[in-house]
Design a protein around this ligand. Sequence first.
Ligand SMILES: Cc1ncc(C[n+]2csc(CCOP(=O)(O)OP(=O)(O)O)c2C)c(N)n1
Ligand code: SF4
Length: 312
Amino acid sequence: MPTLKELARRPNPLTGGHSACAGCGFPQAVRLVLMSIDEPVVVAGATGCMEVTTTTYPNTAWTVPFIHNAFENAAATISGVEAAYQALRRKGKIDREIRFVAFGGDGGTYDIGLQSLSGAVERGHRFLYVCYDNQAYMNTGIQRSSATPFGASTTTSPAGDVVPGKQQRRKDLTAIMAAHGIPYVAQSTIAHWQDLTRKVKRATEVDGPSFINVLAPCRLGWGTDPSQTIRLAELAAETCAWPLFEVDHGQWKVTYVPKNKLAIEEYLKPQERFRHVFEDETGQLLAAIQKDVDEQWQALLARAGLGKDGKA
Ligand SMILES: Cc1ncc(C[n+]2csc(CCOP(=O)(O)OP(=O)(O)O)c2C)c(N)n1
Ligand code: SF4
């Protein structure tokens, strides 16, 4: 696994000059993922903030081959490219190792692109799909997605007199991908660079499809200070709102168990999208969010064969 110094010396796959907001999470996800791969890569990207802010014609911030896609078909495209590569290898026209990576936001992955992603991994193509999850459709105006957590306010689940933010639980896409029985599935964040780079290395080593879900906070949609992006991703793991784990050939492993699991309010308080939670004097909404996080954390620990305290 590369050290931080080695990573910093590698060519930058996504240069400055893109138009993502200051403090946006996805550029760190893209850089950490691609800088962890030793082989040349071909990248496909679904539309969303990542594509729109990095590829405004006639400019591009990408220094690696990048294929534009519609919202719904990044996985289908990259699986076609991988199939063509395998055919050319069989014919002896290409003899070097190339890795294939698709990126999509949560809207493009949990929702609209899920069918093409499910099909591509079921067919067994060797590629890595990375979801940069900022928990809403940010590019088109912060609409709720199925990745938006319970209680968060978005423009289509606005907290007000009628509803206190989104009323449904976040879809557990990482578990859905694991249910496909593919060789490698993991969850990480942009703050946990060692965890993420190790997982990318493993994902690109396995001979088949792999999937990594990376929490990448959005300072605009979350209503947070740009300087706090990495801290928020850390707090997501410290509170277990976004646990770090992997499923390697069917084996579930929690890759980070906080020594002192923090209360969920530590993570929610700096975020404007949860402001109403702290205006509710009954404390019921905060308690409901805490209960939901705790239930999901306990279910994950059980899946990984760990006790309620996170120990074997
Ligand atoms: C089929 C289809 N529906 C809607 C759109 C409009 N659209 C473009 S980007 C986007 C939101 C993308 O959200 P997400 O995938 O979460 O990425 P983010 O913008 O948050 O990075 C939408 C709704 C589209 N391009 N195609
Ligand atoms: S709106 Fe959010 S996801 Fe989009 S560029 Fe800005 S910070 Fe990044």
